[in-house]
Design a protein around this ligand. Structure first.
Ligand code: C2E
Ligand code: MG
Ligand code: MG
Ligand code: MG
Length: 283
């Protein structure tokens, strides 16, 4: 009886894994197609200053306009792309598209704050600075127009190699932000080893503000530390005026979140900039 139930568990489990593998394969091949068929797009989410209320940057976020499934979020396909290595091609496309867009905006006489692009740890090899330099040059974009968001997994890998590549990027004039800060395994000691100019407090610590004592303590500790290290600090996933006020009083520099705007298509972001949309502080 026991053996039988173990066996049927096994069959059940492997059937589930089989489904998952099939799903992955399907997403992978469709994603390759998507890259060729122009189904990918970048949306832009503004970052606003907690001092002036003005838009001081934006993050480019990948979207997949699937012909049947509609807008597919990166939560679904980035992990698959990471696993299969397709993230390298996707990452190249993202860099290129961000630079192309920045150039288009400049040609339209829009004054653009820096645009941040997310980098996968897999993109981070010795050839990266050169690949980025080539794209910047192709579109005549200045390096300080593009910021790079990296995650803690890269720091944990923490080789001299990674530091050298980061230093090269910084020497080129780019700046690095540490994304989803607090969710990874990096220790605080890592922070000063790497040339990172901005910390992004992960949304999971912002959600509970200002009511969850633990989240408040964590947010306060991160902001205090970032100030000591002279790093800019951005809170992600800010949805309420209460969260905003709390972060502002802490001395957090910028926020990004639905409170101000979700990620929007390029044309809508340009409109916000042109109209000078600002964050209202009074409640
Ligand atoms: P991320 O870099 O931490 O991006 C922030 C995510 O939080 C975005 O999800 C954004 O839409 C979402 N968000 C922003 N404000 C709020 C808010 O107020 N409330 C809530 N609930 N969510 C908010 P998105 O666009 O689905 O992207 C998810 C993740 O996928 C990103 O997390 C990033 O890790 C990855 N990703 C997106 N685009 C790229 C890309 O071009 N390359 C790479 N390597 N990864 C990407
Ligand atoms: Mg990011
Ligand atoms: Mg983030
Ligand atoms: Mg995140």
């Amino acid at each position: 009886k026991a053996a039988q139930s173990i066996e049927s568990n096994f069959i059940f489990y492997s059937e589930e894994m089989n489904q998952r593998a099939k799903e992955h394969l399907r997403i992978e091949s469709e994603l390759r197609q998507a890259l060729q068929n122009n189904e990918l797009a970048l949306f832009y989410q503004p970052k606003v200053s907690l001092r002036s209320g003005r838009i001081v940057g934006a993050e480019a976020l990948l979207r997949w306009r699937h012909p049947l499934r509609g807008l597919v979020s990166p939560g679904v396909f980035i992990p698959v792309a990471e696993e299969t290595g397709l993230i390298l091609d996707l990452g190249e496309w993202v860099l290129e598209e961000a630079c192309r867009q920045v150039r288009e905006w400049r040609d339209a006489n829009l004054i653009m704050p820096p645009i941040a692009v997310n980098l996968s740890a897999r993109q981070f090899d010795a050839g990266l600075p050169h690949r980025i330099a080539v794209v910047l040059e192709r579109y005549g974009v200045q390096p300080d127009q593009i910021n790079l968001e990296i995650t803690e997994s890269l720091l944990v890998r923490g080789t001299d190699n990674v530091i050298a590549i980061m230093n090269q990027l910084v020497a080129m004039g780019m700046s690095l932000a540490l994304d989803d800060f607090g969710t990874g395994y990096s220790s605080l000691a890592y922070l000063k080893k790497f040339p990172i100019s901005t910390l992004k407090i992960d949304r999971s610590f912002v959600i509970g503000l200002p009511y969850e004592e633990n989240d408040c303590a964590i947010a306060r500790a991160i902001v205090t530390m970032a100030q000591q290290l002279r790093q800019e600090i951005v809170a992600e996933g800010v949805e309420t005026a209460e969260q905003m006020s709390f972060l502002r009083e802490l001395g957090c520099d910028q926020l990004q979140g639905y409170l101000f705007s979700p990620p929007v298509p390029a044309i809508e972001f340009a409109t916000m900039l042109r109209e000078g949309k600002r964050l209202a502080f009074s409640r």
